[in-house]
Design a protein around this ligand. Structure first.
Ligand code: ADP
Ligand code: ZN
Length: 530
């Protein structure tokens, strides 16, 4: 059996040109490949579409033996293997969807040295027979794809990934390469520690996707706003629309179809065959809009997705970045569009408060949400804010909504004080639940039955806020939440509470700049017009 660092004698560039027909490596691919070919470990952070696959596929062909690729994307393994076979690469996979006969064939090929690449679901590595099988094979490298799945801090944790430290312990001489498209500094450290890759060379590509235009708008009537976007800028384009719930996926897909936009639904509640059919139609046909939950998209390689729209607030910046990253893999101009409103914040706070798991888990979810809100409410370049989240510096991009139409800010200190002191007064009435709507009604001086019944017409702030509209007040609440000056209670009613920082505002010790809510008005007038 050849030693672990034996190679086939082929040069990486020659393999790239002969097998893939590409001229040259991109970015850091060549360095990464050299490291792995020489038997070293690597941790690769590269955005979606950056070209991660070649970083392990080429070394697997250059080194003697079979490259074992651990991937959670079981549904895509057949496609990946077919694509490699079409190039003349000998590839196979082992996962739970396979029949035993087919599995034995793949095992045979592995042991006979007839496989360049073997794709493996992480749960297979828990099976002792799989370990014994790998013991008997010549392994050229281990590639751990979607490595962020090992991180409990990240947004896509998979317990099976924790077992992957076994690779190093059992096969210490085999080089390992871990790859991911999502990694903040915290996630990166966690990946390195949990996979025992602290000595690995780290390659961090730029996470900037300059051809994607980021836009975040206040949510008014989301489906109409979406239809506007499609009709005015993306008529006939392929796109992905993300919704939080299955229900909303189906309604949105029906709505678009009824308006003449070819749209398909995708969520985990649909029949497997329907899902597979919709996915393959989306990949193969032009101009389809996929309306989906986040169950859709991981590993999807469709180059000409022209827009990704979010009708609900993503739970984390990592998720948002990964989902929007599916736009424009071909490098052509594309749009990442998100509509979000106060209700999103209230709903997500509620989900966090009622989520399973310990206090630490909830704090983590909260931190993710806060970072997402900060991105939504930023008055500076979205791209600068987004990249800063991944620990990368950038100049204002000139290609995001805040760069193109700099938001005007106004001094919201007085309205914030009015709102917060209303909360102070309501907090004195114990066992009362009141969401944003009730607070705004008080400030606007509305004599609703609930206000009459609770005697809130007698509050000193009743009717004190008629200088702002209902929508503007909701904007104030949303931004105070984003700035941590107001919090949503876990009482199931979305009751608003003060935070430690609220006191500074009430004492006049802290100014509250707020962004002007101009875009809602503009979106509305556009849908009303031509
Ligand atoms: P990722 O896994 O990082 O999302 P992929 O590995 O799927 O990205 O690569 C994205 C696309 O770029 C693929 O179509 C791939 O064939 C292409 N690609 C990658 N590297 C090169 C290269 N050096 N030259 C030309 N095309 C490349
Ligand atoms: Zn910008």
């Amino acid at each position: 059996r050849p030693a672990h660092d034996a190679t086939t004698g082929r040069a990486p560039l020659e393999v790239l040109q002969q097998v893939w027909g590409y001229d040259a490596f991109r970015g850091e691919q060549a360095d990464i490949i050299d490291t792995v070919v020489a038997g070293g470990d690597a941790l690769v952070l590269m955005p979606t579409g950056g070209g991660k696959s070649l970083c392990y596929q080429v070394p697997a062909l250059v080194r003697a033996g079979t490259g074992v690729v651990v991937s959670p994307l079981i549904a895509l393994m057949q496609d990946q293997v077919d694509a490699l076979s079409a190039l003349g690469v000998r590839a196979g996979f082992l996962n739970s969807t396979q029949d035993p006969g087919r599995r034995r064939e793949v095992e045979r090929a592995l042991l006979d040295g007839d496989l360049d690449l073997l794709y493996l679901a992480p749960e297979r590595l828990r099976v002792p027979e799989t370990m014994a099988l790998l013991d008997r094979a010549t392994i050229s490298l281990f590639a751990i794809d979607e490595a962020h799945c090992v991180s409990q801090w990240g947004h896509d944790f998979r317990p099976d990934y924790l077992g992957l430290s076994v690779l190093h312990e059992r096969w210490p001489g085999v080089p390992r390469i871990a790859l991911t498209a999502t990694a903040t500094a915290a996630t990166r450290t966690e990946i390195a520690e949990r996979l025992e890759l602290t000595d690995a060379r780290q390659y961090v590509a730029s996470f900037d996707r300059p051809n994607i235009q980021y836009r975040i708008v206040p949510k008014a009537s989301p489906r109409t706003q979406l239809l506007d976007l499609i009709r005015s800028e993306h008529d006939g384009d392929s796109g992905i629309v993300y919704c939080l719930s299955r229900n909303s996926v189906e309604q949105t897909a029906e709505f678009l179809a009824s308006q003449g936009v070819p749209a398909l639904p995708y969520h985990a509640g649909l029949d497997r065959q329907v899902r597979a059919r919709n996915q393959s139609r989306f990949l193969r046909e032009d101009g389809l809009v996929m309306v989906a939950t986040i169950a859709f998209g991981m590993g999807i390689d469709k180059p000409d997705v022209r827009f990704v729209a979010h009708l609900d607030l993503p739970k984390s910046v990592e998720g948002y970045y990964q989902e929007t990253g599916r736009a424009g893999r071909d490098g052509l101009p594309s749009t990442a569009w998100l509509a979000y409103g106060l209700q999103d914040v209230v709903q997500q706070r509620r989900m966090i408060d009622t989520s399973e798991g310990d206090a630490q888990h909830r704090r983590r979810l909260s931190a993710h949400l806060d970072a997402m809100l900060a991105l939504c409410e930023t008055v500076t370049c979205r791209r600068v804010q987004l990249l800063a989240y991944f620990g990368q510096e950038a100049e204002p991009c000139g290609n995001c909504d805040t760069c193109l139409t700099p938001p005007t800010t106004w001094d919201g200190t007085v309205p914030a004080q009015k709102l917060l002191s209303t909360v102070v007064r309501l907090e004195r009435e114990r066992n009362q639940h009141y969401g944003a709507g009730h607070l705004v009604d008080i400030l606007l001086g509305k004599r609703t039955s609930r206000i009459e019944q609770l005697g809130h017409t007698g509050l000193s702030t009743f009717g004190l806020g008629t200088d702002l509209s209902d929508a503007q007040w909701r904007g104030v609440v949303r931004q105070l939440l984003a700035q941590g000056l107001l919090a949503v209670d876990g009482d199931g009613y979305g009751t608003l509470r003060l935070t430690p920082a609220s006191a500074e505002v009430l004492q006049g010790a802290r100014p509250v700049p707020l962004r002007e809510e101009t875009r809602v008005a503009r979106t509305r007038s556009r849908s009303g017009g031509s």
